[in-house]
Design a protein. Structure first.
Length: 95
């Protein structure tokens, strides 16, 4: 599932540069995460980097956007225009 930033956010700017999908942006009061772009860093890292750098732990799972690992990986591929045959060859060792 995508992540969301709660109202506890202190706008410290730590998460913004960490997102490889450019899913984090300045909202009206706190930073927000675009659920259409958030892959929880699947395809880039083993864990969400925004959560790792957040000093107050205000980045949580978004229950409104439940996705499986496979769905997150498909979203990663779509966002990064990775051809399925190229992706399989490079990342999975398939031909």
């Amino acid at each position: 599932m995508a992540l969301l930033i709660t109202s506890e956010c202190i706008n410290c700017d730590m998460c913004l540069p960490e997102c490889p999908n450019i899913a984090i942006f300045e909202g009206s009061k706190v930073y927000e995460i675009d659920p259409l772009r958030c892959t929880e860093c699947v395809g880039f890292y083993d864990a969400p980097t925004c959560k790792a750098v957040c000093p107050i732990d205000c980045i949580k799972q978004d229950p409104a956007h439940i996705e499986t690992q496979d769905q997150l990986l498909d979203k990663f591929k779509d966002l990064n225009i990775v051809g399925r045959s190229i992706f399989k060859k490079v990342y999975r060792g398939s031909s």
